[in-house]
Write a protein that binds this ligand. Structure first.
Ligand code: AMP
Length: 277
């Protein structure tokens, strides 16, 4: 398996491939969640590229770009073990000549004025831009995204449709620890106590799902019971949307997706999770 840092080298490699190419875009610090995407790509495609790039354009000024974990050597070992063909790990300079003078891909306001888009202004412009660049650089056939970042997946699917990218987007289920905590590179910021607190996210989702299964469809009851479990955390949002449209869920809607974002004190680590009810 090769580790490649230059766009020109990736282009050279993919130019003459006559097999399908799977792309798994990541920011590195790989865990079993990422591994599930890589395994699926290796199974589905003749060639798999894992990109490892902490994208400055999708971080706000007070966010964790500088301290985000960077573990390229371990990441590459895992990718090799899983059968990936290339790790593409460009530098910021390789990806962006000047981030202040950059052509951005901007998802529509209706898709970003809620949930993570609302609390992280500019975040999804950064995501859509870097993902478009990775699509153009790798010329992938398929790209793999986790349902853990449900709003991101929704926005990428819409971007691919709106901009006619000839790429199949493959959604992959959320991988959790045995106690329910959704795997995240940011879990490495948590000490033992904070980790216990972080379990409240999946617990709240599971409880709401139980209520849903008992027939409860009152949005306030579902949200309030989740908020009760989340007490002690700095909750950013608890929302219920229609998973197809990401519009607010209406009580006549058959399917409902509950999404939570919260900071875990005292670490200030912002975690997200979601579950179909
Ligand atoms: P990140 O490195 O956090 O940007 O994530 C890269 C990809 O891995 C995204 O498509 C995420 O949705 C996906 N991912 C992250 N954590 C998980 C998880 N626990 N289960 C499934 N997919 C995940």
């Amino acid at each position: 398996m090769k580790i490649i840092h230059k766009i020109s080298q990736i282009r050279e490699i993919t130019k003459n491939l006559n097999v399908s190419v799977g792309l798994v875009p990541t920011m590195g610090a790989l865990h079993s969640g990422h591994a599930s995407l890589i395994e699926k790509s290796v199974k589905d495609n003749g060639f798999t590229i894992v990109s490892v790039f902490v994208n400055p354009v999708q971080f706000g000024i007070n966010e964790d770009f500088d301290k985000y974990p960077r573990t390229l050597e371990n990441d590459a070992q895992l990718c090799e073990k899983l059968g990936a063909d290339v790790v593409f790990a460009p530098s910021v300079d390789e990806m962006y000549q000047d981030t202040r003078e950059l052509t951005l891909v901007c998802p529509p306001y209706s898709a970003i004025n809620k949930l993570c888009g609302k609390s992280r202004p500019g975040h999804f412009d950064g995501v859509a831009t870097v993902v478009s660049k990775l699509f153009n650089i790798t010329k992938c056939t398929r790209a793999y995204f986790g349902q853990k970042d449900a709003q991101q997946l929704f926005i990428i699917k819409k971007m691919v449709k709106d901009l006619n990218f000839d790429i199949e987007i493959v959604p992959c289920p959320i991988i959790r620890e045995s106690d329910g905590l959704a795997l995240s590179s940011r879990n490495s910021y948590l000490d033992e106590n904070a980790r216990k607190e972080a379990l409240k996210l999946s617990r709240a989702l599971n409880y709401s799902k139980e209520l849903w299964q008992k027939g409860i469809r009152d949005k306030d009851i579902l949200r309030d019971s989740a908020l009760k479990i989340l007490e002690g955390l700095d909750v950013d949002y608890v929302e219920i949307v229609d998973p197809e449209t990401f519009e607010d869920w209406q009580e006549t809607g058959k399917k409902a997706l509950m999404l939570i974002a919260a900071k875990i004190p005292p670490t200030n680590t912002r975690l997200i999770d979601n579950m179909e009810l």
